[in-house]
Design a protein around this ligand. Structure first.
Ligand code: ATP
Ligand code: MG
Length: 174
């Protein structure tokens, strides 16, 4: 099933903004092609995990910037914070189950180390991926990319929808 990323993201932002007044969440939508194919709840979970991390690992508050943009054949969403950042040698382990960065600056911040492993798994199931850029003590940017859906492709929605009703969560783009 096709869903529009924008209202999905906006709802999540609103909830986090209301509960975290020391952070300011900005959102910049740079494209009108914001439809994605997949499981709305799981995609929502991706943004929940990324935005909750951005807040949790910015203990001094700050801005969180969410950008929605096209890049080549992809629709990307980046979540950028001004938080603790990630040590270079930890970057390649981040998406491993139960991995947590063990630094004095975040020892008191709780978690199970599953959030990003789940993000990776959900993005792979949607023919997409997740990437990270980070500078220690300056902040991090997590970017997820979906296959871009444009114009005519959307007409496939109904037949797929009927065919797969109640059977599968994720439909792969041809
Ligand atoms: P969980 O999400 O399961 O509650 P968690 O937040 O520790 O626990 P992940 O979301 O998988 O687990 O993140 C793994 C580790 O990556 C974290 O322990 C944290 O150190 C680091 N990390 C994740 N996001 C950020 C971020 N935005 N800024 C700095 N460090 C981060
Ligand atoms: Mg987390």
């Amino acid at each position: 099933k096709y869903d529009d990323l924008v209202p999905l993201i906006m709802n999540i932002i609103e909830t986090y903004q209301v509960n975290n007044p020391s952070h300011t969440i900005h959102c910049d939508i740079q494209t009108s092609n914001t439809m994605v194919l997949g499981d709305k709840d799981k995609i929502g979970q991706v943004f929940n995990n990324l935005i909750s991390n951005a807040i949790k690992y910015s203990p001094d508050g700050g801005d969180i910037l969410i950008n929605v943009f096209e890049e080549g054949p992809n629709l990307n969403v980046s979540v950028k914070d001004q938080g603790l950042g990630i040590p270079e040698d930890a970057i390649h382990k981040l998406f491993t189950k139960f991995y947590r960065v063990d630094n004095s600056d975040r020892r008191r911040i709780g978690g199970t180390g599953l959030g990003l492993a789940i993000v990776k798994e959900i993005m792979k199931a949607h023919e997409g991926d997740v990437f990270v850029q980070s500078v220690l003590k300056e902040g991090s940017t997590f970017t997820v990319s979906f296959p871009l859906v444009i114009g005519g492709n959307l007409q496939d929605d109904k037949p797929h929808d009927q065919e797969n009703k109640g059977k599968v969560n994720v439909i792969i783009v041809e």
